[in-house]
Design a protein around this ligand. Structure first.
Ligand code: SF4
Length: 393
């Protein structure tokens, strides 16, 4: 279908609606436009890029293998020093026990991430990957943020390529793009002086994409960043996706996940502005418009709550993220009171908003069409029924 040419001097929304790529200045201008207009274009673009009738989600579990961390980000309430009484590092059997609970509800992926724990050797990581692959062969392992990979690269005397090859050989399937926040170093330096810088974040993600690993792009707003910095973040993500499409056979970001800063129990509490629901929905819609080369945009229920996440389905999102049998990082800093969703709850959010729910894998490929009617007749307090819903064909 041919796309009508934008009128001369058309505004950024008119140009986006016709499929034109927006400049950084045009993306910045979107923040000054009425949100309903921005949402309308975002929804139209979402319908072009993914099945307009379907909303997807994943059954997975976050496993935070250690909370010991020496990076000390000002926005983090999850990390501990090794001397603190409630610091921990999980052993392989503790991790297996968590995965067995995921297998019981037909989950397909673990998101394995931790603090930067200087006590751990390379053999802990490779042994863990091998253990999971040997004992849980149906579970995909998306593990280690660029921050953790940077630590391993600096500590274990391997080049980045050799390190990633070693982790892949041990069983790594994907490298989630956690730690993106705002990929502008002015913002990062204030929020977390020791945090991985944007060049290293992209260097590690680029290498992962080149090696065929799964990745997603992330963004967190609410540090007090400017609209120009938000727009610059989106353009950097878009540029990286262009590179992956051009040079790595399309193995770029599988999706984009964005949420708002949570500051409870952190050193940023009372200092960073955070972001309201309006700002979240605005940012999501602008991301949908700006990221013309990323098909999947996630709504974030752990940070925004189920109701705002449902509304996000009309602001450019086509995906509800995942059930997350366990989440410790956003929840430590406040979150939205819920850190686990049942399959039924995500089905209900999708159905009530007018969509057909589908269960996907971490690459956003649909692997199951749950029986929504049966699920909605059930009670959330019955785990056996939950299990049955997850298994339905
Ligand atoms: S966000 Fe990650 S790197 Fe930063 S302190 Fe928390 S656990 Fe450590």
């Amino acid at each position: 279908m041919s796309v009508p040419a934008p009128a001369l001097n058309a505004g950024p929304l008119d140009r986006a609606a016709t499929g034109a790529r927006l400049s950084p200045g045009e993306i910045e201008a979107l923040y000054t436009l009425p949100l309903p207009d921005v949402a309308s274009v975002a929804t139209a673009l979402r319908a072009e890029r993914r099945d307009p009738d379907v909303v997807t989600f994943l059954i997975d579990r976050n496993i935070n293998y250690t909370n010991v961390c020496n990076v000390g980000c000002n926005f983090c309430a999850f990390y501990r020093t090794k001397r603190q009484k409630d610091s921990y590092t999980l052993d392989y059997e503790q991790i297996s026990a968590k995965i067995r609970e995921l297998e019981a509800v037909n989950g397909t992926r673990i998101l394995l991430q931790g603090g930067v724990n200087p006590e751990l050797g390379l053999e802990y990581y490779t042994g863990l990957l091998r253990h999971v692959k040997a004992n849980h062969p149906t579970i995909r392992i998306d593990a280690f943020s660029p921050e953790e990979v940077l630590f391993m690269e600096k500590t274990f005397g391997l080049t980045l390529d050799a390190l990633l090859d070693t982790l892949i050989e041990a069983g790594l399937d994907g490298l989630p793009g956690a730690g993106g926040e705002i990929l502008e170093d002015d913002v990062r330096a204030k929020a977390a002086p020791a945090r991985i810088r944007s060049d290293d974040w992209f260097r590690i993600i680029d290498a992962a994409q080149r090696k065929g690993l799964y990745t997603i792009a992330t963004m967190v707003i609410g540090f007090g960043e400017t609209y120009a910095q938000r727009a610059a973040h989106l353009v950097k993500i878009r540029d990286q996706q262009d590179r992956a499409n051009r040079e790595y056979g399309g193995n770029g970001f599988s999706g984009f996940a964005m949420w708002t800063l949570q500051t409870e129990h952190t050193r940023l509490h009372g200092k960073a502005p955070g972001a309201t629901a309006h700002e979240y929905l605005q940012q999501l819609a602008i991301a949908r418009i700006a990221l013309d080369n990323i098909a999947n945009i996630q709504a974030s229920w752990p940070a925004q709550g189920f109701k705002v996440a449902q509304a996000a389905l009309y602001y450019g999102a086509n995906d509800l993220g995942s059930t997350m049998l366990e989440e410790n990082v956003v929840s430590a800093a406040g979150g939205h009171g819920r850190h686990h969703a049942t399959v039924r709850e995500l089905i209900r959010i999708a159905v009530d908003a007018g969509f057909r729910p589908a269960i996907r894998n971490s690459r956003f490929e649909i692997i199951d069409w749950p029986d929504a009617s049966a699920a909605l007749r059930q009670s959330d307090s019955n785990p056996e029924r939950e299990r049955a819903v997850g298994a339905s064909g």
